[in-house]
Design a protein. Structure first.
Length: 279
């Protein structure tokens, strides 16, 4: 590879599969297949983080041109880091890794990165009280309304954490084809509303209040009863802060015998969490 390159998660842990009752024959077959593929990428020079959030390990810089086939990376890099990337396919991202080049179009061009719709929060919205899920719901709702037009948010606290920004970013991709958004005062290209819109005017305005957030929870909830079999944190991969949050919530408690809890993250973050005592 001619440039720093990572891969998406490899969802495979032999010990975990055994705990969940998968036959040893299946575990061995999967391990052989995955080891073969990982060996090829290792020879090519991949950074073996295997995560959907490589920006915690290899963050792109403001104005830097990158290529990614991972939607979370595209949205976070364009919107939070100020790097420039399109949503590539697997083959085109691989070609960029090998050649060190990516086509100069789309989100690499300044004129395609300007805001198009303004997002207004109603007075009944207090972002200081928002949970990770609330930020996800907000992003999902706005993306569903904006569709393919770049939204511009105002009124976000400067103290918003990277973990909150991660879940907020990733939720946009589940409801739209958006490549980026602007948060005034946080997105490097959006120090002001005027800058976010490139000194132009918004094409439309999206208004969000508590009702829209509640409605979004109803839309994304598919459960038909209150029974729970699995609980998964980690899509996108959890941060060190999120692991800490989960550990604190579980302190002094036990997982119900009929429930499986999985917290998914990259190996580097997992190792750090273990060293900090959060196993």
């Amino acid at each position: 590879f001619k440039t720093a390159t990572t891969l998406d998660p490899v969802i495979f842990d032999p010990n975990l599969l055994r705990r969940f009752g998968y036959p040893q024959e299946y575990v061995d077959e999967m391990k052989a297949s995955i080891d073969s593929g990982m060996g090829i990428y290792k020879k090519l020079g991949v950074t073996p983080a295997y995560t959907c959030c490589p920006f915690y390990l290899l963050p792109a810089h403001y104005g830097e041109h990158i290529a990614t086939a991972e939607t979370t990376v595209q949205l976070f890099s364009n919107s939070i880091l100020g790097a420039r990337t399109n949503k590539e396919s697997g083959p085109t991202a691989l070609a960029s890794a090998i050649t060190g080049r990516t086509p100069f179009y789309g989100m690499h061009l300044s004129e395609n990165r300007r805001g198009q719709v303004l997002v207004k929060l109603k007075e009944d919205i207090d972002l200081s009280l928002f949970t990770y899920a609330d930020y996800s719901a907000l992003g999902y709702y706005v993306a569903s309304q904006a569709v393919d037009k770049i939204p511009v948010y105002t009124g976000f606290p400067v103290s918003i954490s990277r973990t909150e920004l991660l879940y907020f970013s990733s939720s946009h991709s589940t409801a739209s084809s958006l490549s980026m958004f602007h948060i005034v005062g946080i997105t490097p290209e959006a120090p002001t509303v005027e800058a976010a819109f490139g000194n132009g005017k918004p094409l439309d305005t999206i208004v969000v209040g508590k009702k829209e957030i509640r409605d979004t929870y109803e839309i994304v909830t598919s459960a038909t009863d209150e029974s729970i079999d699995w609980v998964l944190f980690g899509c996108p991969h959890v941060t060190l802060q999120h692991i800490k949050d989960v550990a604190l919530l579980l302190d002094g408690k036990k997982i119900h015998e009929n429930v499986k809890l999985i917290v998914a993250t990259s190996d580097p973050i997992r190792v750090l969490a273990q060293r900090m005592g959060r196993r």
